[in-house]
Ligand binder design. Sequence first.
Ligand SMILES: CC(C)(COP(=O)(O)OP(=O)(O)OC[C@H]1O[C@@H](n2cnc3c(N)ncnc32)[C@H](O)[C@@H]1OP(=O)(O)O)[C@@H](O)C(=O)NCCC(=O)NCCS
Length: 137
Amino acid sequence: MSDAPSAPDAEPRGHLSIRTVAMPADTNHYGDIFGGWLMAQMDLAGGTRARQIAQCRVATVAVNGFTFHKPVSVGDELSCYTELVRSGRTSLSIQVQAWVRRHRDEAIEKVTEGIFVFVALDESGRPHPWHPDTRPA
Ligand SMILES: CC(C)(COP(=O)(O)OP(=O)(O)OC[C@H]1O[C@@H](n2cnc3c(N)ncnc32)[C@H](O)[C@@H]1OP(=O)(O)O)[C@@H](O)C(=O)NCCC(=O)NCCS
C-alpha cells in the first residue's frame, strides 16, 4: 500500500510555479533524467510558492509521500504545480505535482508528486509564525 497523495490524473492541480525542459546534463548514468534533478525542481517550485504565501524566507524541513509515477526523458517539458494543503503556525505544506509534455507530443501526464513542508524563518533563520491569524502585528 502506498502513502502517496492520491489526486485525479486528468489535469494538474494548483498554480504553475516552474516550467523548464529536461536536458542531457540532467541525466543519470542510464540516460534517464536523474530523480534528484526532478526533486530539486519541485523543491524550487514549492519554495517559491511558500515564500509568496508566507511573505518571508522559508526552508524545506520535510518531504512526505514523494512518488515517481513515470520516467522523464531528455526534451520533455516539465511543469511543476503547487497548492497549499496545510497551514501550521510556522510551517506550510505545499503539494507539488510535476507534469510533462513529451517531446513531439501534445498530451501531458503526471510524473511525480509529493508534499513539501516549509518553515517560515525570520531574519536570523529561526522559525517564525507566518499565518495571518498568528503572525505578530
Ligand atoms: C527549519 C528549521 C529551522 C526548523 O527548526 P526546528 O527546530 O525543527 O523548529 P520547530 O521544532 O519549531 O518546528 C518548526 C515547524 O516545523 C515543523 N516540523 C519540524 N520538523 C518537521 C518534520 N520532520 N515534518 C513536518 N514538519 C516538521 C514543526 O511541526 C513546526 O511547525 P508548526 O510551527 O507549523 O507547528 C530547522 O529544522 C532547519 O534549519 N533545518 C534545515 C533546513 C534546510 O537546510 N533545508 C534545506 C535547504 S532550504
